[in-house]
Ligand binder design. Structure first.
Ligand SMILES: Nc1nc2c(c(=O)[nH]1)N[C@H]1C(S)=C(S)[C@@H](COP(=O)(O)O)O[C@H]1N2
Ligand SMILES: [Mo]
Length: 407
């Protein structure tokens, strides 16, 4: 054999050690592409800072969603918040030396801030913001779409503390020709190539300058969990969560639509006009996903629950939208033939999900489905069944359904 064995990079070895929870002796002799025998069983559902009850869809990169019945809290606890990684989380984070650099063609200067500077120089704000992966609900599309087969749990709402992105961008200076911002994080491409970014997306400048657009260092009054972007991340409610860059190191203010990793092709893009299921769509007919559609989830009871005929069933859940607020949540027990209003809470700020509840009486024993349907202040309603098919299975905001047996 003349071909030399290729070994994995040091940085990759370090992140493997992190996942396995102990130092891998001889890590630098692991041949490239070899999956460690000890990794899968050890990992199970045990990921740092995450509950064992999470549904793990993939462990390289790590992707996990929250079962619907564990999303019942008004604010999603950190250990139950979904994780969507495109690459490998950074292994050695030095918070003291962490800096955020702002640059780009449409920045008036390049400026860097340490975490301490960010915290002390700008007004600190706390907002309850919902993050939902654009691919949440993908598993229902037909023909099926490639990618993580999310069911309903790639969503959560947390209290984020940090600074307004706007304040920081204005401190740097925004040129009048700015149209977009893009982010870069410290995570590593799956290949281990330090030159490549697993993802580098962004938002139009108007979105970046909204009052609710944040650079956050805290989630529910704690450090952001490692897998959710510790020590610093962007948070944009109302847009696909792929815009909310984790392990945030750099923001670029662009004079054109950001062209980073996963801004092109079928990534986070959908046909500009509806297409028939299975259609091949031309690249020029694909549009970047911006505002996310109105949606809701029933978080109590767990699907499959049984109730006695002489009892009323309490249901609860949350509804969210990119519009200013949810105005109505209804439920149906007759497959959408008739609807009843739920009680609905107001939001504290835009992009916070709003809790709803109702008491349901069933007419006779048997199998039922409870469906929930939200309406927002733009008068948009969730579709009862699957919305428009698209090649990568984004934006499924169909009504959530749970099964109930009345005995
Ligand atoms: N640096 C970095 N930021 C990222 C990602 C990533 O892989 N790397 N994934 C994006 C995607 S696709 C989603 S849905 C959200 C998920 O955020 P969460 O893992 O905190 O739930 O982070 C976004 N930000
Ligand atoms: Mo995502």
């Amino acid at each position: 054999m003349s071909k030399r064995r290729e070994f994995i990079k040091k940085s990759l070895a370090a992140s493997l050690s992190l996942s396995i929870g102990s130092n891998i002796v001889f890590a630098n002799y692991i041949p490239k592409g070899l999956d460690l025998v000890g990794l899968k069983p050890l990992l199970g559902n045990q990921f740092p800072g995450k509950s064992k009850s999470m549904t793990v869809l993939n462990d390289r990169p790590i992707n996990m969603e929250t079962p619907a019945h564990l999303l019942n809290d008004a604010l999603t606890p950190n250990e139950l918040f979904f994780v969507r990684n495109n690459g490998l989380p950074p292994a050695n984070i030095n918070v003291e030396n962490w800096t955020l650099t702002i640059s780009g063609e449409s920045a008036q200067r390049t400026k860097s801030y340490t975490l301490t500077e960010l915290k002390s120089k700008f007004e600190n704000v706390s907002l309850n913001l919902t993050l939902e992966c654009g691919g949440n609900g993908r598993s229902e599309f037909n023909p099926p779409a490639k990618g993580n087969q999310w069911s309903t749990g790639a969503v959560g709402c947390a209290k984020w503390t940090g600074v307004r992105l706007k304040d920081v961008l204005e401190d740097v200076g925004i040129k009048s020709n700015a149209v977009y911002i893009g982010y870069y994080g410290a995570d590593m491409h799956l290949s281990g190539d330090p030159e490549k970014h697993p993802i580098s997306r962004g938002v139009p400048i108007d979105k970046a300058l909204e009052n609710e657009s944040m650079i956050a260092w805290s989630m529910n009054d704690q450090d952001i969990p490692m897998l959710n972007g510790y020590p610093l991340r962007l948070v944009f409610g109302g847009f696909p969560a792929s815009c909310s860059g984790k392990w945030l190191e750099k923001i670029v203010i662009r004079n054109k639509v950001h062209d980073g990793q996963k801004m092109k092709g079928s990534s986070y893009r959908v046909p500009c006009k509806p297409v028939a299921p299975g259609t091949k769509v031309d690249d020029k007919d694909m549009c970047i996903i911006e505002a996310m559609p109105v949606k809701s989830i029933i978080s109590y009871p767990k699907t499959g629950a049984t109730i006695k005929i002489n009892q009323q069933l309490p249901i609860s859940g949350h509804a969210w939208t990119s519009a200013s607020e949810i105005t109505k949540v209804e439920y149906s027990i007759d497959f959408g033939m008739s609807w009843n209003n739920c009680t609905l809470k107001d939001n504290n700020n835009r992009y916070e999900w709003q809790s709803f509840n109702a008491m349901i009486k069933f007419p006779e024993t048997g199998y039922y489905e409870v469906w929930a349907r939200a309406t927002d202040s733009n008068d948009m309603k969730q579709p009862m069944l699957l919305p428009g098919w698209n090649p990568k299975g984004y934006l499924n905001n169909a009504c959530h359904r749970i099964a109930i047996k009345v005995v």
